[in-house]
Design a protein around this ligand. Structure first.
Ligand code: SF4
Length: 167
């Protein structure tokens, strides 16, 4: 059996959200991270096992901003002035909120499909999770996330699917 994919909860949420936009072809990102390969693996088999990771995950592993396990990237604060500018701190904030919302903890293992079902059942109003971001942006995100969840729950996998979401 293939190893579980270690993944930050919000990274998988981003993949689902990207799927909800209709995107199915994931291309390499200039950062060199592994969103495209992780997405392809999950698309090919939605029953792929995920392991919740709040530090550097399998997407971060090959990223040029992953410096000895710590992300040195910064976020665009122009539309979210109250967010911490460091991507590591911002990601941690989102991941902790998602864990709380979904009842998950670091180290928990579940399939991508099970995660999607959990998110569908428990996500509720996510403007609270992304409270530093203008609500109209988050409403669009929520709509695409719902579509992505529905899609993955109703697919048997899409072999051959190959940029998708940001890392
Ligand atoms: S959080 Fe994103 S930018 Fe930072 S190391 Fe991971 S993949 Fe790279």
């Amino acid at each position: 059996m293939a190893d579980a994919i270690r993944i930050k909860p919000h990274h998988f949420i981003d993949i689902l959200t990207s799927l909800g936009t209709g995107r199915r072809d994931f291309q390499p990102h200039p950062y060199g991270h592994a969103v495209h390969t992780v997405s392809e693996r999950i698309l090919a088999d939605p029953d792929t096992l995920l392991e919740m990771e709040l530090g550097a995950d399998d997407i971060c592993a090959p990223c040029s901003h992953n410096i000895q396990g710590l992300c040195d990237d910064v976020i665009d604060t122009s539309f979210r002035p109250l967010a911490p500018p460091g991507k590591r701190e911002w990601n941690l904030l989102l991941d902790r909120r998602w864990c709380e919302r979904l009842g998950l903890a670091p180290g928990d293992r579940l399939t991508a499909r099970r995660f999607a079902r959990l998110a569908g059942d428990r996500m509720g109003d996510i403007t609270d999770i992304y409270r530093e971001i203008p609500a109209d942006r988050t409403r669009l995100r929520a709509s695409n996330l719902r579509k992505g969840i529905d899609w993955i729950l109703n697919t048997d996998g899409a072999p051959g699917c190959s940029g998708g979401p940001k890392g």
